[in-house]
Ligand binder design. Structure first.
Ligand SMILES: *Cc1c(COP(=O)(O)O)cnc(C)c1O
Length: 408
């Protein structure tokens, strides 16, 4: 039986390789940090500066998180060997849920093994056949998948386009012979990861109010550092109270291990504890991760220093790269896309960067629009100013080397 499938898969894999979209992994043999030792599978790595992790606050190898995790390992063991509702809820899980609620200013929070799971859990129990879900066209894959699991009518608006959002809301209002949907929710990423652009949350909340819709924000690329206290894009835009459902990850700024959450009104969270399938049928978060994530939140709430360092680095990088004549997408986020347009040019520059000792990743179609290939640089509070300048110099040298290669 397998022979036919083997041949088909081999051919399909070769096609992916030929199209230049095969994802080759680099193997890191150190902790995740501003400097890592990384190399291709099966070969020795070299020490490189890392500018492609979501380690925004530099907490991924922070000794205080490591210590908290070790303490939890000693006191609470390695794993829970249960889902939450059978025998997998420790006091630590409840503490983290409380801490996230306090941090975001919501009534309650429910933990998941990942934000992918949180987004997979949230729609199906809350939105049925009489309801409507309106989703930004560039929303994260986990939102798209989660929405597919619900029976609600689905609508999509062009990325961050409030006019098109209005059009979709009007289409929802016309459903069921003008009765509209029973419930409508507008769903958006807080930050779009390929551009570093923020969702226009004020306008979205205004439209939601006008049309009687709920607002849901997946703030994975913002929680912990955007906004005055790090509570994310709703805080940044001053609309925290107008957002009904927050989802996010612990796998980026908040220590980077794993885990995700839905934070919302009490009844919404209560319903997800009863009916959210990834909550009911998947294992509890490991105690060491829960404890270290609690420490991450304490660190963030106790001081704005990490956030300040992150934004200083992002600003410095944006300014220096502009001075060196690179085209950047504008913004303030720690995601800084360096635009090359041509896919092979972006890939060649990224390869040259690695030879210069700087680890960055090129993205091209279909991940980003055709002819909008880029290198996505991600700054971290773990970077020093010297690291940032080293990266800028590597960009200059790599651009020159690739251009010389093409001229010659
Ligand atoms: C990273 C990301 C996720 C996935 O988070 P995990 O916890 O790693 O599953 C979901 N949504 C958005 C917007 C993300 O950026």
């Amino acid at each position: 039986m397998y022979t036919a499938l083997k041949d088909q898969l081999t051919a399909e894999l070769a096609e992916i390789e030929q199209a230049g979209t095969f994802k080759h992994e680099r193997v890191i043999s150190t902790a995740q940090s501003n400097r890592v030792t990384a190399g291709p599978v099966g070969r020795d790595g070299a020490e490189v500066l890392n500018f492609c992790a979501n380690n925004y606050l530099g907490l991924a190898d922070d000794p205080r998180l490591v210590e908290a995790a070790k303490r939890a390992l000693d006191e609470r063991g390695f794993g829970m060997a249960s889902v939450r509702f059978i025998c997998g809820t420790q006091d630590l899980h409840l503490q983290l849920e409380r801490a996230v609620s306090d941090f975001l200013g919501t009534e309650d929070t429910i933990l998941f093994a990942s934000c992918f799971d949180a987004n997979g859990a949230v729609f199906e129990p809350l939105f049925g056949a009489e309801d409507a879900i309106i989703s930004d066209a560039l929303n994260h894959a986990s939102l798209i998948d989660g929405i597919r699991l619900s029976k609600a009518a689905r609508f999509r608006y062009r990325n961050a386009d409030l006019e098109d959002l209005r059009t979709q809301l009007e289409a929802v209002a016309a459903l069921r012979e003008g009765k509209g949907a029973r419930r409508t929710v507008i769903v958006t990423d807080g930050v779009f990861s390929m551009d570093g652009y923020l969702a226009p949350l004020e306008g979205i909340c205004d439209l939601a109010e006008e049309f009687g819709a709920l607002v849901m924000v997946d703030d994975s690329h913002a929680v912990g550092f955007m906004g005055a206290t790090g509570a994310g894009t709703p805080e940044h835009f001053g609309v925290s109270e107008r957002v009904d459902i927050y989802t996010g990850t612990f796998g980026k700024a908040l220590g980077g291990a794993s885990g995700g959450y839905v934070a919302a009104r009490g009844e919404i969270v209560a319903m997800l504890r009863q009916k959210g399938r990834p909550y009911l049928f998947s294992n509890s978060l490991a105690p060491s991760i829960v404890a270290a994530t609690l420490t991450a939140l304490e660190l963030i709430e106790g001081s704005g220093e990490l956030r300040a360092t992150l934004f200083r680095n992002a600003e410095l990088f944006r300014r220096r790269m502009s001075e060196e004549g690179f085209e950047l997408l504008p913004g303030e986020h720690a995601i800084v896309p360096v635009m090359f347009g041509d896919a092979s040019l972006a890939a060649k520059v990224a390869d040259a960067m690695l030879e210069q000792g700087v680890f960055v990743t090129a993205f091209s179609y279909p991940v980003v629009p055709q002819d909008r290939a880029r290198i996505r640089v991600q700054l971290s509070a773990a970077h020093t100013e010297e690291d940032v300048e080293t990266a800028v110099q590597a960009f200059v040298a790599s651009r020159d080397a690739v251009q010389d290669g093409q001229d010659g």
